[in-house]
Design a protein around this ligand. Structure first.
Ligand code: LMR
Length: 358
């Protein structure tokens, strides 16, 4: 959550709680907390779409957010969460639906923003974030600030960023130990040029395929492999159609919770404050629990016996990082924003190929 929103929330929230729970007036209707009893014209329903399964860092954070809003408003404001892309699909379709008002909130991964907002690909860069703290620092610091401004230029508003975690490589063809093991293979990627370039530098081909179509693409051999977090791999059963997995932690997967800026401004201030508070709580929960959820799913993948798991050594990591070093420079040449460029150069200096959190 951006810090300004947090400050505003701290001051207004106690007033809001009073307005909801005591009959003291204010913009919300006078009502002692009488859950579920709001008349239809008093209720506000917001739809929240995402593409992953429910038992994942994003799926559970969205659920938590919705539950908190429900509890805090006594059911007056309801966030309806639609997982698995069932409401408005994935990627560009999801962003278009938000802009056209067919959904109120989305939380795409940064790779899905690449076409409209290429600057966001910074989070897709391989071996840039040494660990989870480095990711949070980028989200909360100058990089996050500039990237949120980029969204505003097209009428969208980023409210917070959520974690999934670090990605692992899988393949049906051969164990991925050294960069040359990628040669000739095709990997499913999100629609991010940075990710296509990553696989090109490894001698492979990156093919953009929707998240929901990835299992099938792996099953029929349209692609040989993919990269994702253990929670996404496990919940979508990718490991069942793969033979090898390398714990590479080579890149990060995270999300931006986005709304349409005009529609957000048109909500009552009190409603915005509850949503802001609940998102901040959900963000805290997400950042504290994403690592654990991924570690648990990695154990489930291991126990399934479907894939042979290779734990990358520091020497192998250094080989991959060396092969992938040019991605950062080619990405930098595409960034026009001078402030963002400075922050990225700083990030580049600080980055190192040390392991991320699984
Ligand atoms: C993917 O397509 O791999 C991810 O964007 C899915 C997600 O939202 O975690």
């Amino acid at each position: 959550m951006r810090s300004t929103a947090r400050r505003i929330g701290q001051h207004l929230l106690p007033l809001l709680i009073l307005a909801i729970t005591l009959p003291i007036g204010g913009c919300l209707p006078r009502r002692v907390a009488d859950h579920e009893q709001w008349a239809p014209e008093e209720r506000i329903i917001l739809t929240f779409s995402h593409v992953v399964a429910e038992h994942t860092p994003k799926g559970l954070a969205a659920r938590k957010f919705a539950d908190l809003v429900h509890e805090r408003t006594g059911g007056r404001v309801e966030v309806q969460v639609f997982p698995n892309g069932q409401l408005v699909g994935d990627g560009e379709a999801e962003i278009r639906a938000l802009r056209e008002g067919r959904v109120d909130m989305i939380a795409p991964s940064t790779g899905k923003l690449a076409e409209l907002f290429p600057e966001w690909q910074v989070f897709d860069l391989p071996y840039v974030f040494a660990d989870h703290d480095a990711v949070v620092q980028a989200m909360e610091g100058a990089i996050g600030e500039r990237l949120f401004k980029v969204l505003r230029r097209r009428g969208l508003m980023g409210l917070t960023m959520w974690d999934n975690g670090f990605k692992q490589m899988t393949s049906a063809v051969r164990p991925l130990i050294h960069p040359e093991d990628f040669a000739g293979q095709r990997f499913r990627v999100q629609p991010s040029r940075v990710l296509v370039e990553q696989f090109r530098l490894l001698g492979a081909t990156g093919l953009t395929i929707g998240f929901d179509e990835t299992y099938r693409a792996l099953e029929v051999g349209q692609v040989d492999g993919q990269e994702n977090t253990p929670s996404n791999i496990y919940s979508k059963k990718f490991h069942e159609v793969q033979r090898y997995m390398t714990l590479s932690n080579h890149g990060y997967l995270g999300y931006v919770v986005i709304v349409d800026a005009d529609r957000w401004r048109n909500l009552d201030e009190e409603v915005r404050e509850v949503l802001t508070w609940a998102l901040e709580e959900a963000t805290r929960w997400n950042r504290e629990n994403a690592g654990r959820l991924n570690a648990e799913d990695l154990e489930r993948i291991r126990a399934s016996g479907h894939v042979e798991i290779h734990e990358q050594t520091p020497e192998e990591r250094a080989e991959w990082a060396e092969a992938l070093r040019p991605v950062f420079d080619s990405f930098l040449t595409t960034v026009d924003d001078a402030e963002l460029k400075l922050a990225l150069e700083e990030l580049k200096r600080a980055g190192s190929p040390v392991p991320g959190n699984p």
